[in-house]
Design a protein around this ligand. Structure first.
Ligand code: FEO
Ligand code: CA
Ligand code: CA
Ligand code: CA
Length: 637
């Protein structure tokens, strides 16, 4: 099953450097550069990823060229291995059906197999960096590949299979003979598809707008949808964002103003509403309010019920990322990946509790994210910004304006943010917090509608019309993570600096890319950037020169950017986490071979890709990939 995508020979694995030495040396260098970084941001807020200091190089690998063709490429001296592709049994004892490459696995089988379209992931160590759990999001399905006969003649069984290919997976993995593999069966193995109960926490729990015929209490939702990015909390849980949930609902021939504001459709993208009344907005309007939340899962406790954290606001959440204030409270940053939507932060009321009294730290913080204050970001043209509170009764957020209580404020967070004047962004995707400097980085993947007639024009934070390339913005809250004001700048405008077209011209210092999406700091302070040029635009026009979607490493001090990985045809590169010692990086390859319509022709499913198996006539499979250095060293050195 596991494949080696490198043509390089294995070499000496014995010279495994001590990560603590590497990190200590790197931090010293970074802190020297950090002072220069802050100064430069004030003086040159639009300087891009430019030279900000004389630090030692962080990037020790040889960059690779732009990617073409149906293969995954990593630098010399590295090996990448597919692990846990779509359809592999997750390892539930006594229930491990084999994957069938013709799409003939049943809906029930799919419910215990890896879902489709792997996205965010996180590694939870069980035994140092040798054995652990991977929690993985399955964002959506390509029904052309999922079923025999594809998307044609959808029926209830196909809808159930699609629902069962969504959600979250928890798998146990271990490093054996320098190769990562799934541990099956495992007592930790879990699938959380659309039938899995999630409880509701925070101000929308039990709210009238959350109640349905099937759940009159409004406190238990079956399933999670369109889970995109993810992160690990300092207390050991997994956060996952419910992104563009609106696509799953249909029946809105005459949408209410509220439904319209959330993009309600007459016909859902997946035809679920035609076979499952739950997703028909006419029959079950409140079901719509039960998605668009950040969900929290404790992967270490296989009996735990995940929770939808409504205090963090309803949005097309890409994901959520936690910083910690000096006095120990959690601050959760989140954006919504939709054109002209917002960036949020939540500051917890309580401090993060330690483990004790028989509880793990995850269990001790079971209600931490249910109480606190939610804010929306406003980026001002002078390089400063403000967090505007979404608090019922404050400012315009009153009953007279349609907000009966805090529950309604969080359920209608978009409308509340409209009234407060939050900045309408170019599709905020992943965020990451620089552990050394406290700067928060956010990818704004693109927004081709910026500047169109009837749409918002440019502003300082979103400075390009027809923005097909995207940018990375960063900010630093005043005083501490709970600061109400911040300074900000654009780290980089994506796109080739040699581009003739002004709106597509970037200011990248090094290897070029477009449409930044995944982003994460590693333990050494390297900023990893992953890209998601959509299949409808890939290889066309200005985007042709960046090739297949890819992953790059950036030294945020010097701005140097180097290409580390290119993915197979029409895939997206996403999801990133490392083992604690930094010697393994896990990523996701999502939707290899995706067609512009997301509806591949079932007669020839391998027309565009059949990564990673390369089985003649076989279907391409999204998969987790483990990346190692052949000498066992720290990734990126
Ligand atoms: Fe699912 Fe925002 O990419
Ligand atoms: Ca994404
Ligand atoms: Ca995508
Ligand atoms: Ca994306």
């Amino acid at each position: 099953m596991a494949k080696d995508f490198s043509t390089m020979e294995d070499s000496n694995r014995s010279s495994n450097p001590d990560i603590h030495q590497v990190i200590a040396a790197s931090r010293r260098r970074f802190l020297q550069g950090g002072a220069a970084l802050s100064l430069a941001t004030v003086l040159a807020p639009l300087a891009g990823c430019a030279s900000l200091g004389a630090a030692q190089p962080k990037l020790g690998f040889k960059g690779i060229p732009v990617g073409m063709g149906d293969k995954l490429v990593v630098p010399e001296g590295y090996v990448a291995t597919s692990l846990a592709p779509w359809g592999e049994a997750v390892g539930i004892p006594g229930n491990m059906p084999a994957f069938k490459t013709d799409g003939s696995n049943t809906a029930d089988e799919q419910a215990v197999q890896m879902g489709m379209h792997h996205d965010g992931l996180a590694f939870f160590a069980l035994e140092g960096s040798r054995r652990g759990l991977l929690a993985i999001n399955h964002e959506y399905t390509d029904d052309g590949l999922l079923h025999v006969g594809g998307f044609r003649n959808m029926n209830l069984e196909k809808v159930r299979k699609s629902q069962n290919a969504h959600g979250l997976s928890v798998i146990e993995v271990e490093l054996k003979n320098q190769q990562w593999q799934m541990v099956r069966p495992s007592r930790y193995a879990r699938r959380l598809p659309m039938s899995a109960p999630f409880s509701v926490g925070g101000p929308a729990a039990g709210h009238p707008l959350m109640r349905t015929a099937a759940d009159p209490e409004g406190r238990t939702v079956l399933g999670t949808l369109n889970n995109c990015a993810s992160s690990k909390t300092p207390w050991g849980t997994y956060l996952s964002g419910e992104e563009n949930f609106a696509f799953y609902f249909g029946g809105a021939d005459k949408p209410t103003p509220d439904q319209s504001r959330w993009g309600a459709r007459k016909d859902g993208l997946y035809a679920w509403e035609k076979h499952d009344a739950r997703f028909d907005l006419k029959q079950n309007p409140n079901e719509y309010h039960r998605f668009g939340w950040v969900v929290e899962l404790d992967p270490m406790d296989p009996t735990s019920t995940p929770i939808k954290r409504t205090a963090l606001g309803r949005a097309a959440h890409e994901g959520a990322w936690v910083g910690v204030t000096k006095d120990g409270r959690a601050v959760v940053y989140s954006g919504e990946d939709a054109r002209f939507e917002y960036i949020y932060k939540f500051v917890s009321r309580d401090k993060i509790a330690p483990a004790g009294k028989g509880l793990t730290q995850a269990q001790a913080n079971k209600e931490l994210l249910d109480h606190g204050t939610l804010y929306v970001a406003r980026f001002d043209a002078d390089g400063r910004g403000q967090w505007l509170p979404l608090v019922h009764g404050q400012g315009p957020l009153t009953a007279a304006n349609g907000f009966a209580d805090q529950g309604e404020v969080v359920i209608k967070a978009r409308q509340a943010s409209d009234l407060l004047g939050g900045t309408k962004m170019d599709r905020p995707e992943w965020l990451t917090i620089d552990p050394d400097s406290g700067w928060v980085y956010c990818t704004l993947t693109n927004n081709s509608q910026r500047g169109e007639p009837g749409k918002p024009g440019v502003d300082a934070a979103n400075p390009r019309v027809n923005n097909v390339m995207g940018q990375i913005i960063r900010w630093k809250d005043e005083g501490d993570f709970d600061g109400r004001r911040f300074e900000w700048n654009l780290m980089v405008l994506a796109g080739d600096p040699a581009n003739e077209r002004a709106e597509a011209k970037g200011n990248i210092n090094g290897d070029i890319y477009a449409c930044p999406d995944g982003i994460a700091f590693d333990q050494r302070g390297v900023l990893w950037i992953q890209t998601d040029t959509h299949a409808t635009q890939m290889y066309k026009g200005e985007l042709a020169r960046v090739g297949n979607n890819q992953m790059l490493a950036c030294d945020p001090v010097t701005g140097e950017t180097r290409r580390f990985l290119t993915g197979p045809t029409n895939c997206e590169v996403t999801g990133v986490d490392l083992t604690p010692d930094g010697t393994t990086m896990f990523i996701s390859i999502q939707h290899p071979g995706e067609t512009p319509t997301d509806r591949s022709d079932p007669a020839d499913p391998a027309k565009f890709s059949n990564w990673p198996d390369y089985t003649p006539g076989g279907r391409p499979r999204s998969s987790t990939v483990a990346i190692r250095k052949k000498d066992g060293g720290v990734i990126g050195t």
